[in-house]
Design a protein around this ligand. Structure first.
Ligand SMILES: *[C@@H]1O[C@H](CO)[C@@H](O)[C@H](O)[C@H]1NC(C)=O
Ligand SMILES: *[C@@H]1O[C@H](CO)[C@@H](O)[C@H](O)[C@H]1NC(C)=O
Ligand SMILES: *[C@@H]1O[C@H](CO)[C@@H](O)[C@H](O)[C@H]1NC(C)=O
Ligand SMILES: *[C@@H]1O[C@H](CO)[C@@H](O)[C@H](O)[C@H]1NC(C)=O
Ligand SMILES: *[C@@H]1O[C@H](CO)[C@@H](O)[C@H](O)[C@H]1NC(C)=O
Length: 297
């Protein structure tokens, strides 16, 4: 059994204010599962995510517009205002625009209604489907996280999960969605427990969870977290990564996703470029998460 130093921390000491977004839409079940899971862990969470599926819209922005069709899964009617929220749970908000515009609106306009200051942390996803390697350039889930880390100066973590398809918030919740929410909450708690600054300036984490099935990788406890790099290294050109697990080359996200076993890859990225951070920055994260990360065996 793994030792969780977290469990020794008083809950209040690690409860933070979190802004949450995604690109699959505010009514997609994964973002709702994470909202509940982070809330159960004591955090104060505000969701500000697209009204519609905005998968693959990267870092695009546009002024939100009134709805000319229903929000996804009929989560709001045609003619609804450009931005809105759930009347019975106002922390759940939509923005009829792209993921970056959604999280920007959340940080600037929604967060001040609930928090004493700017959000402590931004989380995006869990994205439906992995965002590995070059996909980070196109993913709106990565776009929203990198906007938060770069433009808004808020430490940000993007989560993505291999299993599932876009599913409405009000159908019976798929098991994988709960597993990804719990894994994302665990990592978030670990980042918070390691203290401020939660991440260096302009750094974000890209976290990809492997498949969940009925027979394999069924429970959160089955998963181990592995430090990785986003992009495949070019021999003789890409500088060394931080030295860990006996090597100065981290496995790429694609390598981790192809390895046997149940893994979550954790990559350290530069938000302004969506490229890998250097060994120094990787080392900061490695140190923070040292009792959480394992070697790819
Ligand atoms: C969401 O948008 C993406 C990109 O356009 C598309 O591939 C996907 O099928 C859409 N999802 C649904 C449920 O329509
Ligand atoms: C709004 O929140 C209520 C209470 O949590 C929930 O029953 C309902 O399904 C939610 N609707 C949407 C669109 O989020
Ligand atoms: C989910 O909520 C929408 C909007 O209220 C409703 O049209 C739909 O029937 C609900 N789906 C289920 C499975 O309850
Ligand atoms: C996540 O936390 C739960 C509850 O603290 C624990 O049971 C589980 O093993 C943790 N998972 C990982 C991967 O650390
Ligand atoms: C590593 O990157 C950070 C910012 O991303 C930069 O400030 C630092 O100078 C870099 N260190 C080295 C050794 O290149």
């Amino acid at each position: 059994m793994r030792f969780h130093s977290l469990l020794l921390w008083p809950l209040a000491a690690r409860a933070v204010n979190i802004i949450s977004s995604n690109d699959d839409g505010w009514a997609e079940v994964n973002i709702r599962a994470l909202f509940e899971s982070l809330g159960d862990a004591g955090h104060s969470v505000v969701v500000s995510a697209p009204a519609e599926n905005q998968s693959g819209t990267g870092s695009r922005q546009k002024t939100p517009a009134a709805l000319t069709e229903p929000c996804e899964f009929d989560s709001c009617p045609t003619g609804s205002p450009a931005v809105g929220f759930n009347a019975s749970e106002p922390r759940l908000g939509y923005v009829n625009s792209y993921p970056v515009t959604s999280i920007k609106h959340g940080i600037e306009s929604r967060a001040p209604e609930f928090f004493d200051g700017p959000p402590d942390l931004a989380v995006t996803g869990p994205n439906v489907g992995n965002n590995i390697g070059l996909a980070v350039y196109f993913s709106g889930t990565a776009g929203a996280a990198t906007y938060a880390a770069h433009a808004a100066g808020i430490p940000a973590i993007a989560f993505s999960g291999a299993t599932g398809s876009q599913t409405s918030w009000n159908t019976s919740r798929p098991h994988y969605s709960d597993v990804y929410a719990e894994l994302a909450t665990n990592l978030t708690n670990q980042v918070v427990a390691a203290g401020k600054p939660y991440l260096p300036q302009d750094i974000w984490l890209n976290v990809n969870f492997g498949s969940v099935s009925d027979s394999e990788c069924t429970d959160p406890e089955d998963f181990s977290f592995v430090l990785s790099r986003i992009h495949v290294a070019v021999p003789l050109i890409t500088p060394d990564d931080v030295t860990t697990c006996g090597s100065s080359r981290l496995p790429s996200e694609i390598e981790v996703s192809l390895a046997s076993g149940c893994h979550a890859s954790v990559s350290v990225g530069v938000a302004s470029s969506k490229n890998d951070a250097n060994a120094t920055m990787q080392g900061v994260v490695l140190k923070k998460l040292s009792n959480f990360l394992t070697c790819l065996s």
